[in-house]
Design a protein around this ligand. Structure first.
Ligand SMILES: NC(=O)c1ccc[n+]([C@@H]2O[C@H](COP(=O)([O-])OP(=O)(O)OC[C@H]3O[C@@H](n4cnc5c(N)ncnc54)[C@H](OP(=O)(O)O)[C@@H]3O)[C@@H](O)[C@H]2O)c1
Length: 268
């Protein structure tokens, strides 16, 4: 199967690192015109430069905080002003949180997680849906197996991802008659800075944690960003023309194991 995104405009949020970076690079290799969003300007510009090297197409880099209405409005406005169209929206940016038990939850973390991971996606999708209807484009929401697996340690992030999963289903039904597909890709354990940032540990401790966590993945291997990027590209492509409202897990089977072992037992 071949994938061709030349003349397609693809917006990837959280493109400044990890899964978003891998996704941006893969779309760039397939000829897409990219709008890339993140807060860390140096990282974002480095990813944009790497994307440009693939097929010589210069991405639009938008430095914006998707936890604010201004940042979201700026993202939608600048993308449409620059490209005059949008074919694929990848809602990938998110922050994580790990709460060992309910009564220890810091409500600021709860608010931040819902503001960025749920409200941010909702508003950006709302603003860009008309453009996607015009092109009969599609939306990929990057969720997590934490949205479906019940595990101690995944509050409040797991709740936010569960909300995102249902957002996909609801919006897919609403937009299907307009020719727009909406899907979720849910990564399992993936080697990026995401978990390291949540665990707040030294490099050595993180390596030790990862060695133990990997043992819970039935297929024995954690994902890397490109594993998730390939699924995103496949679902965004014409090869998936009737796929909508789904949640595709890319996790080596981790969702079938007790995630609490991964999230809590080995993290002190
Ligand atoms: N890694 C995993 O094991 C894993 C597992 C399941 C699901 N996921 C999901 O995969 C997605 C990508 O995560 P990742 O692993 O690639 O993590 P990552 O390397 O930490 O990347 C997160 C990205 O989101 C961006 N971001 C976060 N808050 C933002 C905000 N307020 N405004 C704009 N951008 C913001 C970051 O940009 P800046 O750094 O520039 O702020 C960064 O580019 C997330 O939705 C995450 O929930 C990851």
């Amino acid at each position: 199967m071949d994938y061709d995104f030349s003349n397609k405009v693809v917006l990837v949020t959280g493109a400044s690192s990890g899964i978003g970076e891998s996704t941006a690079l893969l779309f760039a290799k397939l000829g897409a015109k990219l709008s890339l969003v993140g807060r860390n300007e140096a990282n974002l510009r480095a990813v944009a430069a790497e994307c440009e090297k693939q097929k010589g197409v210069k991405p639009l880099a938008i430095v914006a905080d998707l936890g604010t209405d201004e940042g979201i409005q700026k993202t939608a406005k600048e993308t449409l002003a620059h490209f005059k169209r949008l074919d694929v929206l990848v809602n990938n940016a998110a922050i994580g949180a790990r709460t060992s038990i309910l009564h220890e939850t810091d409500m600021k973390i709860f608010d931040d997680v819902f503001r960025i991971d749920v409200r941010g996606v909702y508003l950006l999708t709302k603003l860009l849906a008309p453009a996607l209807i015009e092109t009969k484009g599609n939306i990929i929401n990057v969720s997590s197996i934490a949205g479906t697996v019940v595990a101690v340690g995944s509050l409040p992030y797991g709740m936010a991802k569960a909300a995102l999963d249902h957002f996909t289903r609801l919006v897919s039904l609403e937009l299907a008659p307009k020719g727009v597909r909406v899907n979720t890709v849910s990564p399992g354990l993936t080697i990026t800075n995401f978990l390291k940032n949540i665990i707040h540990c030294s490099d050595d401790e993180y390596k030790q944690w990862l060695d133990i966590a990997k043992k819970n993945v039935p297929m024995g291997d954690p994902c890397v960003g490109e594993d998730i990027a390939r699924m995103i590209v496949h679902i965004a492509s014409e090869h998936s023309r009737l796929v909508t409202g789904t949640n595709v897990e890319v996790d080596g089977g981790l969702r079938f194991n007790n995630l609490s072992n991964t999230l809590v037992t080995h993290v002190k």
